[in-house]
Design a protein around this ligand. Sequence first.
Ligand code: PA5
Length: 403
Amino acid sequence: MIKFDFDTFRKQNITDEELNQFDNIDNEINVFFDQYKNYMGWYHIDKLFNNQIMEDINATGSYIKDNCDAFIVVGIGGSYLGSQAVIEALNDYYYNQKKSPKIYYLGTSLSSQQYNDFIDLIKEKEIIINVISKSGTTLETTITYELLLKFMKEKYNPEELKNRVIITTDNDDNPLKEDARKYGFKSFIIPSDIGGRYSVFTPAGLLPIRVSNFDLKKLYDGAKEACNNINNQIKYAIIRHLMYKKGKTIEAFVIYEPKLNSFVEWLKQLYAESLGKEEKGILPIGLSNTKDLHSMGQYIQEGSKIVFETIIKTNSNNNMMIDKYNKTLDQINDIACLSTAAAHLEAGVLNNIITIETINEKTIGYLMQFFMISCAISGYIEGVNPFDQEGVNNYKTKIEELL
Ligand code: PA5
C-alpha cells in the first residue's frame, strides 16, 4: 500500500554507532508518550472514530449536502489544513466546479478585499458555515465569523440561521461556545487532549471531509494501520535527526502530484509548529514538481548543502500516450521523479522516498497518522514538546495588546 525507502541515507556515512544510540528507543517513546498523554488523544484512533460521533458527523454531513450550495469552513492553522489536505488529495482537480455543495475555506487572512470578493461570489447562494476554533478566540477566525454572521442575519431569519451555522470547538466555555448556546447552533467538540494541527481525525477535519462525500471508515482503517506498526515512523524520525546533526537544517517535502499541494501545507504546519522551538528544528519547505524544478530546483542542485528531501511519490495509471517519447504521461512523471532524485543525490542531496500505490481514503489516513506519530517521536529525539506553540501564542498576545 505504502512503501518507505530510507536507504539513500546510508550514503551519508551513517555509522552503526550513530544508529545504535537508538537501540532502546521503543521503550523511551512509550515513556515519552505517557508523559504527554494529555496531548495525545489523536493517537487513540478508536476513541476518535466511535460510532456515536460518526453517526452525528454522517447525519450532519448529509444535512449540509442537501441544504446548501456553498459550505464555508472558517478557521486557520490546524483548524482547516487537515480537511483541505484530504479533500484536495481525494477529489477530482476541479471538484468545486463539478460538485455540490462547493467547499470554501475562509478566515486565513485579514484581507478585507478577499472577504468582499468572497461575499460577492456567494451572496445569492444558500450557505452553511462551519466555524472551527479550538480556543474559540483566534483573531482571524472570530473576525471572519463576525462578518459572516452579520451577513447571514440579513439573509436568513433566526429559525433558518440556527440551521446554517455549525460550531466546532473545545468543551470549555469560550465565546464561540456561548454563541452556539445563545443562537441554538449545532456544535461539535474537539477533545481537550488534541491540539489544532493533530485534529484532522476529530470533527474539525472529519465533518468537511464527510461533506465532500468521503468514507470516514476507510480513513480510520488507514490511520489505525499506521498506529499498529510504528517502526517506519521511528526510522524516519531517527534519520531526520541524523540529517540535522550533519547540518541538513532544511527538509523539503517533494511531490510530483499537485493534488497533494495542500497535504504539503498541512505537513509544513505540523512540523514547523511542533518542532521549531528552543532555537532548534529542521525548517520544512514544500516543493511541487515539476513546477519547482524550474525555480527551487536550481538551489537544491547547486546551492548550499543544507537540504534533504522527503519525496512523496504517487502512482497512477492513466494510459495517456506521449508519442514523442513512446511512453505514458505517468511513466514520464515517474522518470522525472526518479531521475531528479538521482541527480540530487549525485550533488549530495539525500532523499527519502515514500511511495503511495493509490491515493485513496485509506492511504491518506495512513500517511497522516504516519507523519503525526513521526513528528511526536521527533519531539522526543530533539528534546522539545511537540504539542505546544508558545511562539504562535506570543504573536497572538502582541496583536491583542495593540488592538
Ligand atoms: O496547531 C495549532 O494548534 C494551531 O495552528 C491552531 O490550529 C491555530 O492557531 C488555530 O487555533 P484555534 O483552533 O484555537 O482557532
